[in-house]
Design a protein around this ligand. Structure first.
Ligand SMILES: C[S@@+](CC[C@H](N)C(=O)[O-])C[C@H]1O[C@@H](n2cnc3c(N)ncnc32)[C@H](O)[C@@H]1O
Length: 255
């Protein structure tokens, strides 16, 4: 009896410590991106990174310019095969660039929902939607590790240069799987490490917190996704021994 009480207390303490660590990471990320949201104009968070050049001029002309902060690592919308009427959820939507691009593709009968934990980013994205009178978008406050979206309701889950920042990437992919309808698509642009890097931090935090490529792909499969493909793959950060981190765009589906 006494032994089981100790066991329970031990596990409670371990879970509390893990939760406190995760919250500290979330707080640091919020602070960083809260600042970026209130700085006018696009800014890059590292060499070769976060460039709005992943989007064509034609794409950028169709969405509010305040939504484009240049914080992405690819163009997941381009690979999502979006159709009119579909429901899209963008994890870590920032100022909303991919939410607005997706909204344009799914049209008035569809819906494009951004989820972000940073209030300044949500405010910026909502202001842009209001000013441009775009009605089929919505920005929800929440964590991507506990997505504020009902089970099996999304046709597509997108994310652009965000999951690398999460302290619990397995939870993010499990949550993406939960909110997708059977047959739904996951399209993610993100950063992966090519070899273990002992970085305390980097310009945007996206390399230091990134997973190793093989581990990242295994985590997506373990969440239940099938048909995983790598659609884009380019060097993101190079060091003395060659490429240290890459920007990849992957697609998979919930069976
Ligand atoms: C590098 S920016 C990318 C923004 C956007 N996807 C883009 O391409 O411009 C990262 C965004 O993800 C959000 N974010 C990071 N970790 C998050 C988490 N665990 N839950 C919710 N949002 C998160 C940040 O607040 C920030 O707005």
């Amino acid at each position: 009896m006494e032994g089981s009480v100790f066991k329970i207390l031990y596990y409670m303490t371990v879970v509390d410590i893990m939760n406190a660590g995760n919250e500290a990471i979330h707080e640091r990320v919020r602070e960083r991106y809260g600042q970026k949201a209130v700085t006018t104009g696009a800014q890059c968070c590292g060499p070769g990174c976060c460039s709005p050049s992943g989007y064509s001029e034609e794409e950028l002309a169709r969405i509010p310019s305040e939504a484009v902060l240049g914080e992405g690592s690819g163009n997941p919308v381009r690979h999502a095969g979006l159709k009119a009427g579909e429901v899209v959820v963008d994890l870590g939507s920032g100022a909303g660039v991919d939410v607005f691009l997706a909204a344009d593709r799914v049209g008035p009968s569809g819906r494009s929902i951004g989820v972000d934990m940073t209030r300044e980013m949500l405010a910026r994205a909502r202001r842009a939607a209001h000013a441009a009178r775009i009605m089929n978008v919505e920005f929800r406050e929440g964590l991507i590790e506990a997505i504020p979206v009902a089970d099996s309701t999304a046709d597509v889950v997108l994310s652009n240069c965000v999951i690398n920042l999460s302290p619990d990437k397995a939870a993010v992919f499990r949550e993406a799987f939960r909110i997708l309808r059977p047959g739904g698509r996951l399209v993610v642009s993100d950063i992966v490490q090519e070899r273990p890097l002992l970085l305390i931090d980097d310009d945007c935090g996206c390399v230091a917190n990134a997973m190793l490529r093989a581990e990242y792909l295994a985590t997506i499969r373990q969440a239940g996704f099938h048909g995983l493909e790598i659609l884009e793959d380019r060097a993101w950060r190079s060091g003395p021994g060659g490429v240290e981190a890459s920007a990849i765009t992957v697609r998979a589906r919930r069976p």
